[in-house]
Write a protein of this length. Structure first.
Length: 256
């Protein structure tokens, strides 16, 4: 299946009334042509920005062997590579200037007592991970300056119990949104409308899960977000197992 036909296949899935219970991993794991084209560039930029030992270990990506240069001479140059992180210096300078006065949030209400405590808490911790709103957007700005783009989503907490009504959902904090940063390479595929707005996108997550007294298991998920709902497909496998060819759906709708 070509990249174009895979993209069309995903568009077909988005337009379905109900999402399929299974999808082929090769289809859901496909990359948008833009990401496929720039994946190596993003990795180079990451190494150049971070520098340090990781860049030295990958210096072959940037250090070119000269014509007629002996292999031993090239290896000697590799071992003595020194890198001045200019990109990091420039980005840090602009970020410090942009956020030197901090961020300010203005509320339209004239009565301060009417401002919900949620907003004061949200400014101090916006991602359920002790990250302030200012630090969160500082990190997004950093990524924007390095890669030219950055992604985050606004999500709602998953409650341990299903609320019986709207008031109970509010009391349990089920309507208190939080922000979640997405790596630029995690957003694998997407479709935009004529105005550049996302119609849908596929976000991949891969992690190794270590359960008590069990072997480590690699878990890969693909979440398809549309403007109204989302659906997640998942696979699990151990290191000595073949990667499954189909992914099972674990779906939750935003709007019923």
């Amino acid at each position: 299946m070509t990249s174009g036909s895979v993209h069309q296949h995903l568009n077909t899935i988005v337009n379905l009334t109900t999402f399929p219970t299974q999808v082929a991993v090769k289809d859901i794991d496909s990359l948008h042509p833009e990401l496929a084209k720039n994946a190596l560039l993003y990795e180079d930029l990451r190494l150049l920005y971070k520098g340090g030992k990781e860049l030295k270990d990958n210096c072959f990506r940037f250090l070119v062997k000269r014509q007629r240069e002996l292999g031993s001479a090239f290896m000697a140059r590799e071992s003595k590579i020194n890198y001045d992180p200019i990109l990091s210096t420039v980005v840090s300078f602009y970020i410090s200037k942009m956020y030197e006065n901090g961020i300010e949030v203005e509320f339209s209400s004239k009565e301060s007592s009417s401002v919900d405590q949620f907003y004061a808490d949200f400014i101090q911790e916006c991602d359920r991970g002790d990250t302030s709103l200012e630090l969160f957007f500082t990190q997004l700005t950093e990524e924007m300056l390095v890669y030219g783009k950055s992604y985050f989503i606004i999500d709602l907490p998953k409650l341990d119990v299903v609320p019986s009504n709207l008031n109970e959902q509010k009391e349990l904090g089920g309507l208190n949104p939080y922000l979640a940063h997405l790596d630029i390479t995690a957003v694998q595929n997407w479709q935009c409308d004529d105005f550049g707005n996302l119609v849908w996108c596929v976000v991949k997550n891969k992690q190794v899960v270590q359960r008590f007294l069990e072997k480590p298991v690699t878990v890969e998920t693909w979440t398809l977000y549309t403007t109204q709902e989302y659906a997640t497909w998942k696979i699990e496998y151990e290191d000595n197992q073949a990667k499954p060819g189909t992914a099972d759906r674990k779906s939750t709708r935003l709007n019923s």
